[in-house]
Design a protein around this ligand. Structure first.
Ligand code: ATP
Ligand code: MG
Length: 357
């Protein structure tokens, strides 16, 4: 029997609801599989912890997490705590020391789910977005002077390093190469941003030479939003900076049906440190406590976690179970214009796992 040590950090708002649901689905996956167990340790970190202790996780939080094989994360953010505090105090405070520089976001239209784009079906939209997750526009560099005065200035400096851009580019080319179409689109804004984005373009060209079997092209991020909307079938694997991919992946999730469906893996590809798996959505306080959060993005991120842990059979089984459930409109939550609850979807996915042969 293999044992995987998993740290669960439900966080805030619907994060708590969807991670609770995700743990049930993981448990069902392990029971059905019979060859591994998921040993879960929960950490109550997030905005409530902040209100009690003045920080979102303990100072030695990273030390606690080091020994785990993976981290299963919900969402962080609360209406009464500034967003930049929660993001930097927990999510980035984990991603950065664990060097989870590759953020992978698969997007496709699952069975039974409709794209808001007329006539666009599963065969037209099957993407993986690779987001640079360690530097770029979210490097946290900059400052403010003359606070509150008319002459106030704030700077927000993007950092692009040759090491950082090369490793994400190589990761993206490898991922594109592993997919049937071997197609990569590199997104930049190198017409307007003439330093970091030009470096990004140059490195893309260099790395492309190592992958002659991958067809690749370049897009400016503004034109990319148009192409995603009007010609989704022309895209497969996409790589973009921290900021650009953050925005593009929300668009991608919406085009595939709902932000509630989309998963993310924050990977440390060298496996020196644990990787972290989470839905792309946030804590969504507008629907917290109503029992209607869509847990599918959190389930799909468990699929990615199981793959990462080497449990490929269990991962495939969980994905089949998710697709069987999304195919049934009576099991759609309100974000998909249905009336199902989180609990109904979770029950159904567990039943599909246990009934899968
Ligand atoms: P954050 O500030 O952490 O990003 P948020 O409150 O802005 O959190 P988002 O995840 O950005 O929430 O989602 C925007 C809206 O989409 C939410 O307010 C909610 O109505 C809806 N939404 C997000 N996730 C889900 C989900 N899993 N199920 C149903 N609706 C969702
Ligand atoms: Mg948000």
């Amino acid at each position: 029997m293999r044992t995987h040590q998993i740290a669960a950090i439900p966080g805030d708002g619907i994060g708590k609801e969807v991670v609770a649901a995700g743990l049930r689905v993981l448990d069902a996956s392990a029971r059905r599989d019979g060859n591994f167990q998921a040993a879960i340790t929960e950490f109550p970190w997030g905005s409530d912890f902040y209100k009690q202790h003045g920080h979102l996780m303990p100072d030695d939080g990273i030390e606690h997490l080091k020994r785990f094989d993976a981290i299963y994360f919900g969402a962080v953010g609360a209406p009464d705590v500034p967003d930049h505090l929660t993001l930097w105090g927990l999510r980035l405070a984990i991603c950065q020391p664990f060097d989870q520089y590759a953020n992978v976001r698969p997007t496709r239209i699952l069975p039974g789910i409709e794209s808001p784009l007329r006539g666009v079906t599963a065969k037209d939209l099957d993407w993986v977005i690779v987001r640079e997750n360690s530097e770029g526009e979210y490097a946290g560099q900059g400052g403010r002077s003359h606070r509150g005065l008319p002459e106030e200035i704030a700077t927000e400096v993007s950092i692009f390093t040759r090491v950082g851009v090369t490793r994400i580019m190589r990761f993206a080319f490898e991922l594109a190469q592993s997919r049937p179409r071997k197609l990569l689109t590199v997104v930049t804004k190198s017409n307007a941003q003439r330093h970091g984005m030009v470096l990004w373009d140059e490195i893309a060209k260099d790395v492309a030479a190592e992958f002659p079997d991958v067809t690749w092209d370049k897009m400016l991020v503004d034109a990319m939003t148009v192409r995603m909307t009007l010609n989704p079938a022309s895209l497969d694997t996409i790589v973009a900076t921290n900021l650009h991919a953050d925005i593009l992946s929300d668009l991608a999730a919406a085009l595939a049906g709902s932000i509630g469906i989309a998963p993310t893996a924050n990977l440390n590809p060298e496996r020196q440190y644990p990787s972290m798996f989470e839905p792309i959505h946030g804590s969504a306080f507008d629907i917290t406590g109503k029992g209607i959060a869509n847990p599918v993005g959190t389930f799909w991120s468990a699929v990615m976690m199981l793959e990462h842990l080497g449990e490929t059979a269990a991962a495939a089984r969980l994905m089949r179970a998710i697709e069987r459930v999304t195919a049934d409109p009576s099991l759609h939550t309100p974000d998909l214009r249905g009336s199902a609850t989180t609990d109904m979807v979770t029950e159904a996915v567990c039943a599909a796992i246990l009934g899968d042969n």
